[in-house]
Design a protein around this ligand. Structure first.
Ligand code: PMP
Length: 445
């Protein structure tokens, strides 16, 4: 492999002299990057093209995209099936507003997606995972406002949850670093610990103290909490919390932004949880990761709560690009791919390889916990102190991964990999070799 850049040095700000290119210089003077302390960051790596699981840098070297470009790219970069459908759609209809108008790709998407979503009968479109959550929370809260149930103003969520960065989504999230600057301005959310067993006393004793008659909606990441640290928890315990919320008349909101479209063992995590949600949030993999789009799918009962002779009871929410036809076309191509024999085979092979690798490093002296769930691999590294999501230890692991040709974005001491389903054996070999190099070389402090 051609390798001119010392990636570890570049991103850790060491020996930057002479390493800046015209692209990185322009970036340094015009861009403001997400989740980044711009004052002490080194160089933002110039990616000029991508194919499959590989990101090609300006100098001709490549990285394995082991996190599917923030969990979105399920079918590989530059996928020809998505490209073909997008080209056809662009020739037909690029965009039209969705208030007062409809179009074929939105209708076809509803026909094909709704049967896959347990209990859902309506699609409400928006632009990203945070807006999918924002919409879902607003639906739950307004449903009860429309009925005059003014005491139902509380959202119930799990500790350690992550649901996005807009105000409602931030409020539902339990991770300090993402929302601490706005803590005094967020909507009312009550948090309980995730259940680690069907009758985990920590969860159910906390739940008992809450007046569930005030809860409009309960939002959760089904089966595994993502950005909060890849925490898996008990499906039956979750089902029990949901049924208590339902029993008291509130709505259950499944945030499947990370878990949707086959990331875990089934197409949607909600399939394996006995109690079913009333609203499901989708984004990320929805368009195969090529266009920003999100859906908050709702049951007919939720939808009916907005039907009224009073126009003020309509759901007064929308975005310029609601149900953008190009996004819908990419999502349709995504469903074709997800159901295709080829993707099913390569996804199953990825699931097997992740499980094999997890088993092979489980007893490594630097590994505290390691598991795979479907296509997701999680490794919790041992540390002598507690970790923060964006601490310096994490930065070192990130840099070491890049130096080994792998893009990973650890969360504190949690290393995870969720590559595209189309990753080749060769791609995965490089990825696993990089992860082993981290395990063998990271100084545990
Ligand atoms: N919900 C979950 C479960 C997520 O993992 C994320 C993003 N990581 C979001 C919501 C927010 O999505 P977005 O970044 O597209 O706003």
């Amino acid at each position: 492999m051609k390798k001119n850049l010392d990636l570890e040095e570049m991103i850790t700000h060491r020996e930057l002299e002479g390493k800046r290119t015209s692209m990185t210089q322009r970036d340094a003077s015009t861009q403001w990057h997400p989740y980044t302390q711009m004052k002490d960051f080194g160089i933002h790596l110039p990616v000029v093209s991508a194919r499959g699981s590989r990101l090609f840098l300006e100098d001709g070297s490549f990285l394995i995209d082991a996190i599917s470009s923030w969990w979105v790219n399920l079918y590989g970069h530059g996928n020809p099936i998505i490209k073909q459908r997008l080209t056809q759609q662009f020739d037909q209809l690029d965009h039209v507003l969705f208030a007062g108008f409809t179009h074929p790709p939105a209708l076809e998407l509803a026909d094909r997606l709704l049967p896959l979503l347990p209990g859902m009968s309506r699609l409400f479109f928006s632009d990203n995972g945070s807006t999918a959550v924002e919409v879902a929370l607003k639906m739950a809260l307004q449903y009860f406002w429309n009925r005059g149930e003014v005491d139902r103003r509380v959202i119930l969520a799990f500790e350690n949850a992550y649901h996005g960065d807009t105000f409602g989504a931030m409020a539902a999230g339990g991770v300090g670093v993402f929302n601490q600057a706005f803590a005094d301005m967020l909507p009312k959310v009550i948090r309980i610990p995730v259940p680690l067993s069907e009758d985990d006393p920590q969860t159910f004793e906390a739940l008992e103290k809450i007046d569930l008659q005030t809860v409009a909606g309960f939002i959760y990441e089904p089966l595994v909490q993502g950005a909060g640290g890849m925490i898996r928890y008990d499906a039956d315990g979750l089902s029990r919390v949901m049924s208590e919320v339902h029993h008291a008349g509130g709505w259950c909101i499944a945030d499947e932004v990370m878990t949707g479209f086959g990331r875990l063992d089934t197409f949607f995590a909600s399939e394996v949880i006995e109690e079913k949600p009333d609203i499901i949030c989708l984004s990320k993999g929805l368009t195969g990761g090529v266009l920003p789009m999100a859906i908050s799918a709702a049951s007919e009962r939720v939808y009916e709560g907005f039907l009224s002779n009073d126009r003020g009871k309509a759901f007064m929410h929308g975005h310029s690009f609601t149900a953008n036809p190009m996004g819908c076309a990419a999502a349709l191509a995504g469903l074709d791919l997800l159901n295709s024999g080829e993707i099913q085979r390569s996804r199953l092979s990825l699931i097997r390889q992740q499980a094999d690798f997890a088993r092979s490093v489980m007893d490594h002296p630097n590994v505290e916990e390691c598991f795979s769930m479907g296509t997701l691999l999680v490794i919790r590294l041992k540390r002598n102190r507690s970790s923060e999501v964006y601490d310096e230890f994490r930065d070192r692991v990130y840099a070491l991964a890049l130096a080994n040709q792998v893009l990973l974005r650890p969360l504190g001491n949690v290393l995870y990999a969720m590559p595209p389903y189309t990753s080749t054996t060769e791609d995965l070999k490089i990825m696993y070799k990089g992860i082993r190099a981290i395990l063998n070389n990271i100084p545990i402090d």
